[in-house]
Design a protein around this ligand. Structure first.
Ligand code: GUN
Length: 283
């Protein structure tokens, strides 16, 4: 079994970005700039945002944090985003999710100009991904693709099974694996006899948010297992995969923490550099 080291891969990506940002800064007189909007007091969101800001600093990217109280209204957030859309000095905009229940999340996401939608969550970037066109890609599945590439794991003709059908991970993951010529199945909470499907997987991606849900008997011998889960149980942080037992039969497996998580941030930075380059017509 080989451990897929997301920390190492993300650190390599960030090192390359740091060098690229330094060159772009000298050429254009400023570094790429991301603005993060954080609403309310969800602890996990504050931790994610803090880690994103730390990573920006590390690579020399400009970052602005806009913090708002959770009683903000949809129209006020829309106005903030429109101002940022028109701000030439802002290259990337993200709104940390989840938003409070009274906010129209889809409207907010889709108010972000598709050129600045560095999370790749808006319908234009999603539609372009589904159409095989250049786009800003959802950072978590994009990071998983980079991790597979870093370990020379070939997807062509392989059976890829994704557990979870979210807009952020499951669905875009399916498109990206399809681009890599895998045969893709998406499973979800209504899938009958889940184990019989997951056992077919040469590449198994799990993103359902249930601690240690995927057990050894649900995994094929020598499968590549990618765990997107981040849960807390009585033992501390754990993924959606029963790591200790599944690692005995997997050929490759991501740990939690230190697997997929660090790559999400690296690819968010990558997307912001991409948005900056697109604006300046750099390929
Ligand atoms: N909440 C959980 N993951 C993410 C993410 O990748 N981006 C944003 N904006 N919010 C999130």
């Amino acid at each position: 079994m080989i451990l897929l080291d997301g920390k190492k891969t993300s650190s390599d990506i960030k090192q390359n970005l740091k060098e690229e940002i330094s060159l772009l800064s000298s050429k254009y007189g400023r570094a790429p700039h991301i603005t993060i909007i954080l609403v309310g007091e969800v602890e996990a969101s504050h931790i994610y945002v803090r880690n994103k800001l730390k990573a920006c600093k590390l690579v020399g990217m400009q970052a602005t944090l806009i913090k708002k109280e959770d009683n903000i209204q949809t129209n006020e957030l829309v106005e903030i985003i429109k101002t940022l859309n028109n701000d030439e000095t802002v290259d990337g905009i993200i709104v940390q999710l989840p938003l409070p229940k009274h906010i129209d999340e889809q409207l907010i996401i889709n108010t972000i100009s598709h050129e600045k939608d560095v999370d790749g969550f808006g319908v234009i970037n999603k539609g372009r991904l589904f159409s095989g066109l250049p786009c800003l890609r959802s950072a978590t599945p994009y990071g998983i693709i980079k991790l597979l590439e870093a370990y020379d794991i070939d997807c062509c003709g392989k059976e890829a099974v994704i557990v979870g059908r979210s807009n952020i991970v499951g669905k875009p993951m399916a498109m990206m694996l399809l681009e890599k010529n895998a045969t893709v199945t998406i499973c979800h909470s209504k899938t009958k006899d889940l184990g019989s499907v997951t056992r077919r997987a040469d590449i198994l991606v799990v993103a359902i948010g249930k601690a240690k849900f995927i057990t050894k008997d649900m995994v094929k011998e020598n499968a590549v297992v990618i765990d997107v889960g981040m849960n807390r149980d009585e033992m501390g942080l754990c993924g959606d995969v029963d790591f200790e037992n599944v690692k005995e039969i997997a050929s490759y497996i991501t740990p939690v923490p230190g697997g997929v998580g660090p790559l999400t941030i690296a690819m968010l930075l990558n997307n912001t550099v991409e948005a900056f380059k697109n604006k300046h017509r750099e390929g």
